[in-house]
Design a protein around this ligand. Sequence first.
Ligand SMILES: Nc1nc2c(ncn2[C@@H]2O[C@H](COP(=O)(O)OP(=O)(O)OP(=O)(O)O)[C@@H](O)[C@H]2O)c(=O)[nH]1
Ligand SMILES: [Mg+2]
Length: 373
Amino acid sequence: MNSAILITYDKEDSINEAIGLCEAAGYQVVHTITQNFLKKPKYGISGGKLEMLKEITEKLRPDVIIFDEILKPRQNYNLASELHREILDREALILEIFESRTSSSESKLQVKLAQLRYEKSRAKERVRLSRGGEQPGFMGIGQFEVDIYYNNIKHRIQTIRSKLEKAGKQRLLHRQARKKQGFKTISLAGYTSAGKTTLFNKLTGESKEQSKKLFTTLTTTTRRITINHEPFLIADTVGFIRKLPAYMIEAFKSTLEELIYTDIIILVIDVSDSLSDLKKKFASCMRTLSDLGVERDKIIFALNKSDLVSNSQVQERVKILNLEENKKWVVVSALAEKNLDELKILIKDIIENKSSLNYKKNITKEFNDPYGN
Ligand SMILES: Nc1nc2c(ncn2[C@@H]2O[C@H](COP(=O)(O)OP(=O)(O)OP(=O)(O)O)[C@@H](O)[C@H]2O)c(=O)[nH]1
Ligand SMILES: [Mg+2]
Protein backbone atom coordinates (compact mmCIF):
# COMPACT_ATOMS: atom_id res chain seq x y z
CA MET A 1 0.00 0.00 0.00
CA ASN A 2 1.26 3.47 -0.83
CA SER A 3 1.67 5.92 2.00
CA ALA A 4 0.28 9.42 2.21
CA ILE A 5 0.41 12.50 4.35
CA LEU A 6 -3.05 14.03 4.53
CA ILE A 7 -3.88 17.70 4.82
CA THR A 8 -7.47 18.37 5.78
CA TYR A 9 -9.82 20.58 7.78
CA ASP A 10 -9.59 20.80 11.52
CA LYS A 11 -12.85 18.93 12.16
CA GLU A 12 -13.47 15.34 13.13
CA ASP A 13 -15.99 14.74 10.34
CA SER A 14 -13.65 16.11 7.70
CA ILE A 15 -10.75 14.09 9.02
CA ASN A 16 -12.75 10.87 9.04
CA GLU A 17 -14.15 11.39 5.57
CA ALA A 18 -10.76 12.34 4.15
CA ILE A 19 -9.09 9.28 5.68
CA GLY A 20 -11.92 7.17 4.24
CA LEU A 21 -11.28 8.62 0.79
CA CYS A 22 -7.52 8.01 1.07
CA GLU A 23 -8.08 4.41 2.10
CA ALA A 24 -10.63 3.88 -0.66
CA ALA A 25 -7.97 5.03 -3.12
CA GLY A 26 -5.45 2.62 -1.60
CA TYR A 27 -3.32 5.00 0.47
CA GLN A 28 -2.33 4.47 4.04
CA VAL A 29 -2.36 7.78 5.88
CA VAL A 30 0.84 7.98 7.92
CA HIS A 31 0.29 11.48 9.20
CA THR A 32 -2.51 14.04 9.20
CA ILE A 33 -2.07 17.79 9.25
CA THR A 34 -5.10 19.98 9.85
CA GLN A 35 -5.89 23.62 9.38
CA ASN A 36 -9.25 25.40 9.57
CA PHE A 37 -8.76 27.25 6.29
CA LEU A 38 -7.27 25.53 3.27
CA LYS A 39 -7.68 28.14 0.60
CA LYS A 40 -4.64 30.35 1.09
CA PRO A 41 -3.55 31.63 -2.30
CA LYS A 42 0.00 30.35 -2.50
CA TYR A 43 0.05 26.88 -0.95
CA GLY A 44 -3.49 26.40 0.29
CA ILE A 45 -1.99 26.14 3.79
CA SER A 46 -0.09 28.81 5.74
CA GLY A 47 3.66 29.28 5.57
CA GLY A 48 4.06 27.94 9.11
CA LYS A 49 2.15 24.76 8.28
CA LEU A 50 4.19 24.37 5.13
CA GLU A 51 7.43 24.37 7.13
CA MET A 52 5.99 21.74 9.44
CA LEU A 53 4.84 19.70 6.47
CA LYS A 54 8.30 19.88 4.91
CA GLU A 55 9.91 18.50 8.03
CA ILE A 56 7.43 15.66 8.37
CA THR A 57 7.72 14.83 4.68
CA GLU A 58 11.50 14.59 5.02
CA LYS A 59 11.11 12.26 7.95
CA LEU A 60 8.27 10.02 6.81
CA ARG A 61 8.97 10.04 3.06
CA PRO A 62 5.38 9.38 1.93
CA ASP A 63 4.57 8.40 -1.65
CA VAL A 64 2.10 11.24 -2.07
CA ILE A 65 0.65 14.22 -0.27
CA ILE A 66 -3.12 14.43 -0.31
CA PHE A 67 -4.75 17.80 -0.04
CA ASP A 68 -8.43 17.60 0.92
CA GLU A 69 -9.52 20.67 -1.03
CA ILE A 70 -9.53 21.63 -4.66
CA LEU A 71 -6.16 23.09 -5.65
CA LYS A 72 -5.41 25.44 -8.49
CA PRO A 73 -2.61 24.24 -10.78
CA ARG A 74 -0.41 27.02 -9.41
CA GLN A 75 -0.94 25.91 -5.80
CA ASN A 76 -0.32 22.30 -6.73
CA TYR A 77 2.85 23.31 -8.50
CA ASN A 78 4.04 25.43 -5.55
CA LEU A 79 3.48 22.60 -3.09
CA ALA A 80 5.16 20.03 -5.33
CA SER A 81 8.23 22.21 -5.75
CA GLU A 82 8.59 22.70 -2.02
CA LEU A 83 7.89 19.12 -1.02
CA HIS A 84 9.23 17.13 -3.98
CA ARG A 85 6.24 14.85 -3.86
CA GLU A 86 3.23 14.23 -6.01
CA ILE A 87 0.30 16.25 -4.70
CA LEU A 88 -3.21 14.90 -5.09
CA ASP A 89 -6.09 17.28 -4.45
CA ARG A 90 -9.57 16.16 -3.47
CA GLU A 91 -10.79 15.92 -7.04
CA ALA A 92 -7.78 13.95 -8.25
CA LEU A 93 -8.20 11.61 -5.28
CA ILE A 94 -11.88 10.97 -6.03
CA LEU A 95 -11.01 10.39 -9.67
CA GLU A 96 -8.44 7.78 -8.62
CA ILE A 97 -11.07 5.98 -6.58
CA PHE A 98 -13.53 6.09 -9.43
CA GLU A 99 -10.94 4.79 -11.83
CA SER A 100 -10.08 1.83 -9.63
CA ARG A 101 -13.74 0.95 -9.15
CA THR A 102 -15.21 1.05 -12.62
CA SER A 103 -16.36 -2.20 -14.11
CA SER A 104 -18.98 -1.53 -16.77
CA SER A 105 -18.00 0.08 -20.04
CA GLU A 106 -20.38 2.92 -19.36
CA SER A 107 -18.85 3.77 -16.01
CA LYS A 108 -15.39 3.61 -17.59
CA LEU A 109 -16.50 6.22 -20.08
CA GLN A 110 -17.99 8.34 -17.33
CA VAL A 111 -14.80 8.29 -15.32
CA LYS A 112 -12.70 9.04 -18.40
CA LEU A 113 -14.94 12.01 -19.12
CA ALA A 114 -14.52 13.30 -15.58
CA GLN A 115 -10.74 12.89 -15.84
CA LEU A 116 -10.56 14.74 -19.12
CA ARG A 117 -12.65 17.56 -17.77
CA TYR A 118 -10.35 17.79 -14.77
CA GLU A 119 -7.45 17.92 -17.20
CA LYS A 120 -9.15 20.48 -19.43
CA SER A 121 -9.97 22.86 -16.60
CA ARG A 122 -6.28 22.89 -15.72
CA ALA A 123 -4.71 22.71 -19.15
CA LYS A 124 -4.44 26.43 -19.84
CA GLU A 125 -2.93 27.36 -16.52
CA ARG A 126 -0.49 24.45 -16.65
CA VAL A 127 0.67 25.60 -20.02
CA ARG A 128 0.99 29.14 -18.71
CA LEU A 129 3.25 27.83 -15.93
CA SER A 130 5.30 26.03 -18.54
CA ARG A 131 5.96 29.32 -20.28
CA GLY A 132 8.22 30.28 -17.44
CA GLY A 133 9.79 26.86 -17.75
CA GLU A 134 8.26 26.07 -14.38
CA GLN A 135 6.07 23.10 -15.13
CA PRO A 136 7.95 19.92 -15.83
CA GLY A 137 6.59 17.99 -18.75
CA PHE A 138 5.50 21.08 -20.59
CA MET A 139 8.93 22.64 -20.88
CA GLY A 140 9.46 24.82 -23.85
CA ILE A 141 6.37 23.94 -25.82
CA GLY A 142 5.07 26.58 -28.16
CA GLN A 143 1.61 27.99 -28.78
CA PHE A 144 1.08 25.53 -31.60
CA GLU A 145 1.60 22.51 -29.34
CA VAL A 146 -0.47 24.15 -26.63
CA ASP A 147 -3.38 24.37 -29.01
CA ILE A 148 -2.91 20.79 -30.10
CA TYR A 149 -2.83 19.65 -26.49
CA TYR A 150 -5.94 21.60 -25.60
CA ASN A 151 -7.86 20.64 -28.72
CA ASN A 152 -6.90 17.03 -28.26
CA ILE A 153 -8.56 17.05 -24.82
CA LYS A 154 -11.60 18.78 -26.26
CA HIS A 155 -11.83 16.28 -29.05
CA ARG A 156 -11.58 13.29 -26.73
CA ILE A 157 -14.26 14.77 -24.50
CA GLN A 158 -16.51 15.09 -27.53
CA THR A 159 -15.95 11.47 -28.56
CA ILE A 160 -16.72 10.16 -25.09
CA ARG A 161 -19.80 12.38 -24.84
CA SER A 162 -21.27 10.92 -27.98
CA LYS A 163 -20.56 7.39 -26.79
CA LEU A 164 -22.27 8.20 -23.51
CA GLU A 165 -25.21 9.65 -25.38
CA LYS A 166 -25.59 6.35 -27.15
CA ALA A 167 -25.52 4.53 -23.83
CA GLY A 168 -28.13 7.00 -22.59
CA LYS A 169 -30.39 6.18 -25.54
CA GLN A 170 -30.02 2.52 -24.74
CA ARG A 171 -31.16 3.24 -21.22
CA LEU A 172 -34.13 5.16 -22.56
CA LEU A 173 -35.19 2.13 -24.58
CA HIS A 174 -34.85 -0.06 -21.52
CA ARG A 175 -36.93 2.35 -19.50
CA GLN A 176 -39.66 2.41 -22.11
CA ALA A 177 -39.70 -1.37 -22.27
CA ARG A 178 -40.01 -1.59 -18.49
CA LYS A 179 -42.85 0.89 -18.48
CA LYS A 180 -44.68 -1.04 -21.15
CA GLN A 181 -44.41 -4.15 -19.06
CA GLY A 182 -46.02 -2.20 -16.24
CA PHE A 183 -43.09 -2.26 -13.84
CA LYS A 184 -42.86 0.44 -11.23
CA THR A 185 -39.30 1.36 -10.41
CA ILE A 186 -37.52 2.17 -7.17
CA SER A 187 -34.02 3.65 -6.91
CA LEU A 188 -31.75 3.74 -3.90
CA ALA A 189 -29.83 6.98 -3.56
CA GLY A 190 -27.76 8.58 -0.82
CA TYR A 191 -24.40 9.64 0.44
CA THR A 192 -21.55 7.22 -0.07
CA SER A 193 -21.45 4.53 2.65
CA ALA A 194 -24.99 5.26 3.87
CA GLY A 195 -25.87 1.60 3.37
CA LYS A 196 -27.60 1.58 -0.05
CA THR A 197 -26.08 -1.70 -1.22
CA THR A 198 -26.71 -3.39 2.14
CA LEU A 199 -30.36 -2.40 1.86
CA PHE A 200 -30.46 -3.44 -1.80
CA ASN A 201 -29.05 -6.86 -0.91
CA LYS A 202 -31.55 -7.33 1.90
CA LEU A 203 -34.50 -6.36 -0.28
CA THR A 204 -33.44 -8.46 -3.24
CA GLY A 205 -31.56 -11.36 -1.67
CA GLU A 206 -28.47 -10.37 -3.66
CA SER A 207 -24.92 -10.32 -2.39
CA LYS A 208 -23.39 -7.32 -4.08
CA GLU A 209 -20.23 -5.93 -2.58
CA GLN A 210 -20.85 -3.68 0.38
CA SER A 211 -18.06 -2.26 2.43
CA LYS A 212 -16.88 0.47 4.74
CA LYS A 213 -14.87 1.87 1.89
CA LEU A 214 -16.29 4.94 0.20
CA PHE A 215 -17.64 4.58 -3.34
CA THR A 216 -17.96 0.82 -3.31
CA THR A 217 -20.71 1.01 -5.90
CA LEU A 218 -20.19 2.82 -9.18
CA THR A 219 -22.39 0.86 -11.52
CA THR A 220 -26.15 0.81 -11.33
CA THR A 221 -27.63 -2.65 -10.85
CA THR A 222 -31.32 -3.33 -11.28
CA ARG A 223 -33.21 -6.30 -9.82
CA ARG A 224 -36.79 -7.42 -9.61
CA ILE A 225 -38.58 -7.60 -6.27
CA THR A 226 -42.12 -8.31 -5.22
CA ILE A 227 -43.93 -6.18 -2.69
CA ASN A 228 -47.32 -7.45 -1.72
CA HIS A 229 -47.60 -9.55 -4.88
CA GLU A 230 -46.71 -6.62 -7.08
CA PRO A 231 -43.48 -6.67 -9.09
CA PHE A 232 -41.06 -3.75 -8.84
CA LEU A 233 -37.66 -3.05 -10.27
CA ILE A 234 -35.15 -1.73 -7.77
CA ALA A 235 -31.81 -0.09 -8.60
CA ASP A 236 -28.70 0.57 -6.53
CA THR A 237 -26.75 3.70 -7.54
CA VAL A 238 -23.44 5.51 -7.08
CA GLY A 239 -23.19 7.42 -3.80
CA PHE A 240 -23.01 11.19 -3.44
CA ILE A 241 -20.27 13.14 -1.75
CA ARG A 242 -19.91 16.80 -0.89
CA LYS A 243 -17.59 19.19 -2.65
CA LEU A 244 -17.95 17.32 -5.91
CA PRO A 245 -17.77 19.74 -8.78
CA ALA A 246 -20.76 19.86 -11.10
CA TYR A 247 -18.82 18.36 -13.99
CA MET A 248 -18.22 15.15 -12.05
CA ILE A 249 -21.90 14.80 -11.33
CA GLU A 250 -22.49 15.53 -14.98
CA ALA A 251 -20.09 12.78 -15.98
CA PHE A 252 -22.28 10.33 -14.08
CA LYS A 253 -25.44 11.87 -15.36
CA SER A 254 -26.54 9.03 -17.58
CA THR A 255 -26.42 6.70 -14.57
CA LEU A 256 -27.92 9.21 -12.19
CA GLU A 257 -30.58 10.08 -14.74
CA GLU A 258 -32.34 6.89 -13.71
CA LEU A 259 -33.24 8.84 -10.59
CA ILE A 260 -35.30 11.30 -12.61
CA TYR A 261 -37.46 8.65 -14.21
CA THR A 262 -37.88 6.32 -11.30
CA ASP A 263 -41.25 6.15 -9.53
CA ILE A 264 -39.80 6.17 -6.05
CA ILE A 265 -36.44 7.16 -4.62
CA ILE A 266 -35.36 5.74 -1.31
CA LEU A 267 -32.88 8.26 0.06
CA VAL A 268 -30.75 6.25 2.45
CA ILE A 269 -29.46 8.32 5.37
CA ASP A 270 -26.92 7.17 7.95
CA VAL A 271 -28.51 8.20 11.27
CA SER A 272 -25.46 7.14 13.20
CA ASP A 273 -23.51 10.11 11.84
CA SER A 274 -22.72 13.07 14.06
CA LEU A 275 -25.34 15.81 13.87
CA SER A 276 -23.17 18.14 11.84
CA ASP A 277 -22.24 15.41 9.40
CA LEU A 278 -25.84 14.33 9.13
CA LYS A 279 -26.96 17.83 8.20
CA LYS A 280 -24.17 18.40 5.70
CA LYS A 281 -24.63 15.06 3.97
CA PHE A 282 -28.38 15.49 3.88
CA ALA A 283 -28.08 18.94 2.35
CA SER A 284 -25.62 17.65 -0.17
CA CYS A 285 -27.94 14.79 -1.20
CA MET A 286 -30.95 17.08 -1.50
CA ARG A 287 -28.93 19.50 -3.56
CA THR A 288 -27.74 16.79 -5.92
CA LEU A 289 -31.25 15.42 -6.34
CA SER A 290 -32.68 18.83 -7.02
CA ASP A 291 -29.85 19.62 -9.47
CA LEU A 292 -30.74 16.46 -11.32
CA GLY A 293 -34.32 17.62 -11.53
CA VAL A 294 -35.82 14.97 -9.28
CA GLU A 295 -39.34 15.63 -8.03
CA ARG A 296 -39.32 16.15 -4.31
CA ASP A 297 -42.45 14.13 -3.60
CA LYS A 298 -41.18 10.81 -4.82
CA ILE A 299 -38.48 10.64 -2.19
CA ILE A 300 -38.79 8.29 0.78
CA PHE A 301 -36.29 8.92 3.56
CA ALA A 302 -34.88 5.73 5.02
CA LEU A 303 -33.08 6.52 8.26
CA ASN A 304 -30.62 3.65 8.22
CA LYS A 305 -28.18 2.19 10.77
CA SER A 306 -30.72 2.78 13.54
CA ASP A 307 -29.19 -0.19 15.36
CA LEU A 308 -26.31 2.10 16.28
CA VAL A 309 -28.34 4.86 17.98
CA SER A 310 -31.07 5.13 20.60
CA ASN A 311 -34.71 5.92 19.87
CA SER A 312 -34.44 9.42 21.27
CA GLN A 313 -31.40 10.09 19.11
CA VAL A 314 -33.38 9.01 16.07
CA GLN A 315 -36.23 11.36 17.02
CA GLU A 316 -33.80 14.22 17.46
CA ARG A 317 -32.46 13.58 13.98
CA VAL A 318 -35.91 13.42 12.46
CA LYS A 319 -36.55 16.88 13.90
CA ILE A 320 -33.24 18.27 12.73
CA LEU A 321 -33.85 17.09 9.19
CA ASN A 322 -37.31 18.58 9.32
CA LEU A 323 -38.94 15.32 8.34
CA GLU A 324 -41.77 15.45 10.87
CA GLU A 325 -44.26 17.16 8.64
CA ASN A 326 -43.31 14.81 5.94
CA LYS A 327 -44.88 11.44 6.44
CA LYS A 328 -42.57 9.65 4.06
CA TRP A 329 -39.80 8.50 6.30
CA VAL A 330 -39.03 5.27 8.00
CA VAL A 331 -36.42 4.21 10.52
CA VAL A 332 -34.61 1.07 9.40
CA SER A 333 -31.53 -1.00 9.89
CA ALA A 334 -30.48 -2.76 6.75
CA LEU A 335 -27.85 -4.75 8.61
CA ALA A 336 -30.16 -5.92 11.39
CA GLU A 337 -33.06 -6.21 8.92
CA LYS A 338 -35.16 -3.95 11.10
CA ASN A 339 -38.36 -2.36 9.77
CA LEU A 340 -37.84 -3.47 6.20
CA ASP A 341 -41.51 -4.48 6.08
CA GLU A 342 -42.49 -0.96 7.13
CA LEU A 343 -40.39 0.36 4.29
CA LYS A 344 -42.20 -1.90 1.86
CA ILE A 345 -45.59 -0.82 3.19
CA LEU A 346 -44.58 2.80 2.73
CA ILE A 347 -43.53 2.11 -0.85
CA LYS A 348 -46.83 0.45 -1.54
CA ASP A 349 -48.84 3.26 0.06
CA ILE A 350 -47.10 5.85 -2.01
CA ILE A 351 -47.65 4.04 -5.26
CA GLU A 352 -51.31 3.64 -4.40
CA ASN A 353 -52.02 7.13 -3.07
CA LYS A 354 -49.50 9.12 -4.97
CA SER A 355 -51.75 12.08 -5.62
CA SER A 356 -53.67 12.17 -2.36
CA LEU A 357 -50.76 13.12 -0.15
CA ASN A 358 -49.59 16.63 0.30
CA TYR A 359 -45.92 17.12 0.91
CA LYS A 360 -43.83 20.03 1.94
CA LYS A 361 -41.58 21.13 -0.86
CA ASN A 362 -38.32 23.00 -1.16
CA ILE A 363 -36.53 21.37 1.70
CA THR A 364 -33.24 22.21 0.02
CA LYS A 365 -33.73 25.88 0.84
CA GLU A 366 -33.59 25.15 4.54
CA PHE A 367 -30.44 23.12 4.15
CA ASN A 368 -27.97 25.17 2.27
CA ASP A 369 -24.74 23.29 2.04
CA PRO A 370 -22.09 25.36 3.81
CA TYR A 371 -19.64 24.33 1.11
CA GLY A 372 -21.90 25.69 -1.56
CA ASN A 373 -22.23 22.35 -3.25
N1 LIG B 1 -24.51 -0.92 11.89
C1 LIG B 1 -24.98 -0.88 10.65
N2 LIG B 1 -24.13 -0.85 9.61
C2 LIG B 1 -24.64 -0.80 8.36
C3 LIG B 1 -26.04 -0.77 8.12
N3 LIG B 1 -26.22 -0.70 6.78
C4 LIG B 1 -25.00 -0.70 6.22
N4 LIG B 1 -24.05 -0.77 7.16
C5 LIG B 1 -22.57 -0.79 6.94
O1 LIG B 1 -22.17 0.43 6.33
C6 LIG B 1 -21.10 0.23 5.41
C7 LIG B 1 -21.46 0.79 4.04
O2 LIG B 1 -22.50 0.02 3.49
P1 LIG B 1 -22.78 -0.08 1.92
O3 LIG B 1 -24.07 -0.81 1.76
O4 LIG B 1 -21.60 -0.56 1.17
O5 LIG B 1 -23.00 1.47 1.59
P2 LIG B 1 -23.33 2.17 0.18
O6 LIG B 1 -24.31 3.26 0.49
O7 LIG B 1 -23.73 1.15 -0.82
O8 LIG B 1 -21.91 2.81 -0.16
P3 LIG B 1 -21.25 3.17 -1.61
O9 LIG B 1 -21.56 2.07 -2.56
O10 LIG B 1 -19.82 3.28 -1.24
O11 LIG B 1 -21.87 4.50 -2.00
C8 LIG B 1 -20.86 -1.28 5.41
O12 LIG B 1 -19.77 -1.54 6.26
C9 LIG B 1 -22.15 -1.86 5.96
O13 LIG B 1 -21.98 -3.10 6.62
C10 LIG B 1 -26.93 -0.81 9.26
O14 LIG B 1 -28.15 -0.79 9.16
N5 LIG B 1 -26.32 -0.86 10.48
MG1 LIG C 1 -22.93 0.63 -2.60
